[in-house]
Every structure is written in structure tokens, then in C-alpha cells.
Ligand binder design. Structure first.
Ligand SMILES: O=P(O)(O)OC[C@H]1O[C@](O)(COP(=O)(O)O)[C@@H](O)[C@@H]1O
Length: 344
């Protein structure tokens, strides 16, 4: 197919030409992510053969056991971005605090990056697809000055670009700079990402719901009602829907993006603020989903309008086909919102 004969590098440059005053620094940054993705992909593909599986024997700031691949991916993406000079600092799931790059070039970098270097860690050792998630902003502090926490605590709507890499049956890089969502598949025989999914759009309706039902009893009433709605017999509306849950956000998101569907990670009794992290999991996925014609909320309002207050803050996450998210939100409003009492 003709479009396959276009590489990610060529596509990035082509898109840059749409902006005559573009400096090329975002293209450079995307190039860094492309390189790090290939290096991490190589390690993941041979994970069972080299000493990179299993725990690294230490915890991250969120008290989660860090996997060796978490640290490996974190180091590779950080190194690739520091080497380019376009990025003045990064924040990562695997770093307690943000990391400012102090080499002269980076100090003059105008971008900051937030990332989940290895998403779906619980699936690494069992050969189930995992991913990398990234979110890019322009810094708010003056170029050349010290990077500040304010550079990272920007609402998702301010993102310049976002994307993910999925290390699955094939490896893909999917990203958006605010002009549609485009997917590139890595051709391992030539080591190049080739355009395979241009201008991805999610169907407004789907037949897949994705949630860890193992937590059912701890879910808010609105979510319990929505799950029942998905499971009810209503053939004229295509219900019951199918339940699919991989347990890697990137993989569950990617499937729904292609087929239509909804992914929900709500608050639970044991995670009253939700589990997923706003800045480097939910904001980038919400940016992509809105660019693909879908919707992303915390069950009540848009994820992209949340004003962050902490680097590793968590949120509940409802993302996918617009009609499905609208229905779930309506049930949250009725049964878990401020007027829930009157409806129960
Ligand atoms: O095992 P649970 O509670 O269903 O959580 C699965 C979710 O947690 C995550 O694994 C969190 O991500 P990390 O692996 O990066 O910590 C998501 O990818 C996934 O959607």
C-alpha cells in the first residue's frame, strides 16, 4: 500500500512544513522518542533471554515495585531526550521529582516531557503487550532559566503533542501534534516506523467495555449501573457488549481506538482518587482520544481541563467512543454525583 512507503521521519518533516515558522525542534524531539522506542522494543523482544525480566528490587515514589524494564525504558527515553537539547526537563512515573537537564543546550530547550516509560508493568513477565506513554508541553518558565514544577503542572489542554508506543504483536508508535492521530508500524526487517494508520478516528459507538471487574464491589454506584447496562440484553442496541481487559492501559486504549469501545478505571474504595496518573497516563491518552473524535473524562468532566496540583496525582478515567462515555457519565451523574441520593 502506497502510504506504507512513508516513514515516520518523513511524515514528521512533511507535517513541519505545514508551519512555515516551525523551528524543527519538535521534530527533533519526536525523533528522539522514535529512537528510544526502537531501543526499548529491542530489549522487550528478547526479554525472556536476557536478565531484564522481573523486579528491580526497589519501589518508585508511588510505592510500586519497579520492574527492571521500567528502569531500562526510563533511562533510554531520558538519555535520548537529553541528547537532543530540545527538552529542558522530564517528569516520569519512575522518578520521584522532575529531572532538569543541565547541559547548556538543554537549558535552552523550550519543551518539557512527561512520560510513563513502561506502561502495563504487571504484564511484562507474562509476554502480554505493554507500552510507553508521552506528553509534550512548551515550558512556561523563560528559556534558559531554571525549570520549575509549574512547567509540568499544566492542564492537559495545553499539550503540544502526545502519543504512545505499543510493544505488541507488532510495535506501533501513535501520536498527535493536534492535527489528527497517526499510527506507524515498526518494520523490524529495516528498523523503520512506516505509516500504517493515517488520521485514526474512533467510532462514535462501540460494543466493547473494558474495566477490571475484579474490583466490582468497590466501584461507585454509577459504574456498577453502567456495567449492568453493558451486560443487558438489548439486541437492537447491540447489547450485551463484549468485555475485554488486557490490564495495560496502552493496549486496552489502542484496541478501543481501532474498534470503538470504552475503557474505565474508576475510583474504588481502595483507590479513592483512582489508580491512573493524570499527567503521564490520562492527559496524553485524553489528548489523543479527543483528536480521534472520542471523549475522555473523570466521570463528570473533561480530563484535559483538570488543573494539576501534583506530579503523580491520580484520577478516575472514562475514555473512548463519545456515545459510550456520555452514557457512563449520565449514570455517574444519576448515581454517584451530588444528587445521587434522590436516585438510589
Ligand atoms: O491491575 P489493575 O488494577 O487492573 O491496573 C491495570 C492498570 O494499571 C496500569 O498497569 C498502570 O500502569 P503502570 O504499569 O505503568 O504502573 C495500566 O497500564 C493498567 O490499565
Amino acid at each position: 500500500m502506497a502510504e506504507n512507503m512513508k516513514t515516520l521521519g518523513e511524515f514528521i518533516v512533511e507535517k513541519q512544513l505545514d508551519f512555515p515558522d516551525a523551528s524543527g525542534s519538535l521534530s527533533q524531539l519526536l525523533g528522539a522518542i522514535r529512537l528510544a522506542a526502537k531501543v526499548v522494543n529491542r530489549e522487550i523482544n528478547k526479554a525472556g533471554l536476557v536478565d531484564i525480566i522481573g523486579s528491580a528490587g526497589q519501589e518508585n515514589v508511588q510505592g510500586e515495585q519497579q520492574q527492571k524494564l521500567d528502569i531500562y525504558a526510563n533511562d533510554k527515553f531520558k538519555a535520548a531526550m537529553e541528547a537532543r537539547g530540545e527538552v529542558c526537563g522530564v517528569a516520569s512515573e519512575e522518578e520521584d521529582d522532575f529531572v532538569a537537564f543541565n547541559n547548556t543546550q538543554s537549558k535552552n530547550g523550550k519543551y518539557i516531557v512527561l512520560m510513563d516509560p513502561l506502561d502495563g508493568s504487571s504484564n511484562i513477565d507474562v509476554n502480554v503487550s505493554v507500552g510507553t506513554i508521552f506528553s509534550i508541553y512548551k515550558r512556561v518558565s523563560p528559556v534558559g532559566s531554571e525549570v520549575t514544577e509549574a512547567d509540568f503542572l499544566q492542564p492537559g489542554r495545553k499539550q503540544i503533542a502526545a502519543g504512545y508506543v505499543i510493544y505488541g504483536s507488532s510495535t506501533m508508535l501513535v501520536y498527535s501534534t493536534g492535527n489528527g492521530v497517526h499510527g506507524f508500524t515498526l518494520d523490524p526487517s529495516i528498523g523503520v516506523f512506516c505509516l500504517s494508520h493515517q488520521d485514526m478516528k474512533i467510532p462514535t459507538d462501540g460494543k466493547i467495555y473494558s474495566i477490571n471487574e475484579g474490583n466490582y464491589i468497590k466501584f461507585p454506584e454509577g459504574v456498577k449501573r453502567y456495567i449492568k447496562f453493558c451486560q443487558q440484553e438489548a439486541p437492537e442496541q447491540g447489547r450485551p457488549y463484549t468485555s475485554r481487559y488486557i490490564g495495560s492501559l496502552v493496549s486496552d486504549f489502542h484496541r478501543n481506538l481501532l474498534k470503538g469501545g470504552i475503557f474505565i478505571y474508576p475510583t474504588t474504595a481502595s483507590a479513592p482518587k483512582g489508580k491512573l496518573r493524570l499527567l503521564y497516563e490520562c492527559n496524553p491518552m485524553a489528548f489523543l482520544m479527543e483528536q480521534a473524535g472520542g471523549k475522555a473524562s473523570d466521570g463528570f468532566s473533561s480530563i484535559l481541563d483538570i488543573k494539576p496540583s501534583e506530579l503523580h496525582q491520580r484520577t478516575s478515567f472514562f475514555v473512548g467512543s463519545t456515545n459510550m462515555v456520555n452514557t457512563a457519565e449520565a449514570m455517574m451523574a444519576d448515581f454517584s454525583g451530588p444528587d445521587a441520593e434522590t436516585n438510589l
